[in-house]
Design a protein around this ligand. Structure first.
Ligand SMILES: C[S@@+](CC[C@H](N)C(=O)[O-])C[C@H]1O[C@@H](n2cnc3c(N)ncnc32)[C@H](O)[C@@H]1O
Length: 199
């Protein structure tokens, strides 16, 4: 099943509430940040970030998800810019961002992931902040969300190496019960990175 087919339902597969990772670290969201939400899905994160006062650009490969994100935004009275694009085609150099957000973007095998991480880094303005949230390999045992392949997951070493020139504010792997729609539900093996580019 493609992502677009998965989103062809009135339900919000990952819920309409923002990721608990973002709300837990709301104090680290730069005020009024020019924000890029990568593979944003049905808009739960971009809409919430716009509600926090961020100037949000979001993209996703799935037209159905973009349509649902637009409805969520309109209902919330905010207007992020939504674009349908693959991550492979996204122009990371088109604009600098004060905040780049990648939440559960673990659809990429290692070679593509390396290119995506380089893109996330390139999109950061000087002094910009990166917020990445995903699963560790242990998640494969839980099977409560994400791909069933440990090669797609993140470790602290992987993230530290990929973003070695950033100053790390938070890098932590931990376990938690998630209740983020049918897509992310139950005990989960999670990892967070929050890090700043040099000014
Ligand atoms: C697990 S969902 C997470 C969505 C959103 N970030 C969230 O936390 O609700 C992964 C997202 O990646 C998108 N995606 C998958 N492959 C993609 C690609 N090649 N380019 C852009 N988006 C992609 C899917 O459409 C889906 O919305």
């Amino acid at each position: 099943m493609t992502w677009d087919q998965r989103y062809a339902t009135n339900d919000y597969v990952f819920g309409t509430s923002p990721s608990g990772f973002l709300t837990a670290h709301a104090g680290l969201i730069p005020r009024g940040a020019r924000t890029l939400c990568v593979a944003d899905g049905e808009g739960r994160n971009s809409v919430w970030l716009a509600q926090q006062g961020c100037d949000v650009t979001a993209f996703d490969v799935s037209p159905n998800s973009i349509a649902k994100a637009g409805k969520l935004a309109s209902d919330a009275g905010v207007a992020p810019t939504f674009t349908q694009s693959t991550i492979e085609d996204w122009d990371w150099d088109a604009a600098p961002y004060d905040l780049v957000v990648g939440v559960f973007i673990q659809f990429a095998p290692p070679e593509l992931r390396t290119r995506i991480f380089a893109g996330l880094r390139r999109a950061l303005a000087p002094g910009g902040r990166l917020m990445v949230h995903g699963y560790t390999p242990k998640q494969v045992d839980y099977g409560t969300g994400g791909p069933g392949n440990p090669d797609f997951m993140y470790t602290e070493t992987l993230l530290r190496d990929a973003f070695s020139d950033l100053t790390i504010l938070r890098l932590d792997s931990y376990e938690k019960d998630l209740d983020e729609g049918a897509g992310h539900s139950g005990r989960s093996a999670l990892i967070d990175l929050i890090a700043d580019a040099p000014a």
